[in-house]
Design a protein around this ligand. Sequence first.
Ligand SMILES: Cc1cc2nc3c(=O)[nH]c(=O)nc-3n(C[C@H](O)[C@H](O)[C@H](O)COP(=O)(O)OP(=O)(O)OC[C@H]3O[C@@H](n4cnc5c(N)ncnc54)[C@H](O)[C@@H]3O)c2cc1C
Length: 392
Amino acid sequence: MNTFDQFRKKTRTWLEENCPPGARGPGPFHTGSSKIPLAHPDLDIWLERMVQKGWSVPTWPKEYGGAALTSKEYVALLEEMKALGARPPLINRGTTMVGPTILEFGNEEQKKRILPIIARGEGAWCQGYSEPGAGSDLASLLTTAVPDGDRYLINGQKIWTSDGHTSEWMFILVRTGVIEPKHEGISFFILNMNQPGVDTRPIQLISGGSHFCETFFDNAVADKRDMVGELNKGWTVGKRLLQHERSGMEMLVSGSTGQRQSNVVDVARKYCGEENDRITKQFRDPVISYEMNARALKLTQRRIVEESTDGKTPGAATSIMKVVSTDLEKMQTELMTSLRGTQGYGWEGNGFTQAELDGTRQFLRSRAASIYSGSNEIQRNIIAKRVLGLPD
Ligand SMILES: Cc1cc2nc3c(=O)[nH]c(=O)nc-3n(C[C@H](O)[C@H](O)[C@H](O)COP(=O)(O)OP(=O)(O)OC[C@H]3O[C@@H](n4cnc5c(N)ncnc54)[C@H](O)[C@@H]3O)c2cc1C
């Protein structure tokens, strides 16, 4: 048996022995947040065990909390986790967005101090980019950071901060230069959310939920040592983070372990039945088309994982992933709603199963997918300019 086969075998055995029942099968992930009650005590046990192996961030260097797995080993680990139904031990914006960004742009002190905190899941992370006057045109942001001895004082407002009220940490883009052209006066900071100068106000959604917030800063304090990259060069850092976000890495990791709630083929079987020829014919083509595209996307995501763990960084092409994956997500929820017929439009009441009620909310939520992380119109602009090289 070669070294790689041995790695796979050992991994399988270890996962079987160490993944507790409450961390197997569909269900919630650990986010690292201390502000959300843990769905099951096994999630803590699972995280702790995986952290000891360096497998909460398997490809990161060992000195920063990872296990320095090669891309081949990482893919094998994901495959073995999927086979067992083991959930990822930790999913948050630390592991998938700001961690990889610090690995590239952070200094050694930041890497040694911040990356292990992320790897151990000590807190959840939120993203402080958008403002009331700065969405697609993000570089128009007005929240300021002004030096004050060893620290910066931050004042202003962010909006649409997903999970702001349940996060311990924020990565934030702030204006540090006022005379420079707007892209050149921006810096990137790490900020502790648990301080008096930060106020999060959840935005109530029509569904009754509220997963994002308005976030206000009134002399909030960020240490000078928490500026990632150089003063006024945060635009480059912030853009790279978005490329990590758009790469679909999080989807690959969470999806690889069978957590995607719904499966179009299962829904088609349940609601159409093979005997109902008319309905089967009506939906056959769209279901097949969806399945083929979804599989192609997964393979492409896997290629990106392999490339990114072999030392390459994601680039403008991640905008393609963002557009394709979010269009597919919308296609999936539309298709499932149609397949369910009138059962696909339930909001409440005994006439609907929980899966049907969840499906309605999933359909509505999927509308947001082509807006967050930079709208798909903006991604198409990036693809035209940066990938295809078309003129402005
Ligand atoms: C569910 C959800 C979660 C989010 N979470 C976060 C978060 O955690 N942190 C954070 O900072 N932000 C977050 N956002 C905000 C998100 O990044 C912005 O909504 C997005 O960048 C668009 O900005 P905007 O809403 O201001 O729309 P606008 O910029 O006002 O755009 C409005 C419309 O005009 C189009 N448009 C604008 N400019 C152009 C152009 N040049 N060419 C073509 N079309 C254009 C856009 O595509 C869009 O359709 C979230 C948004 C959603 C929906």
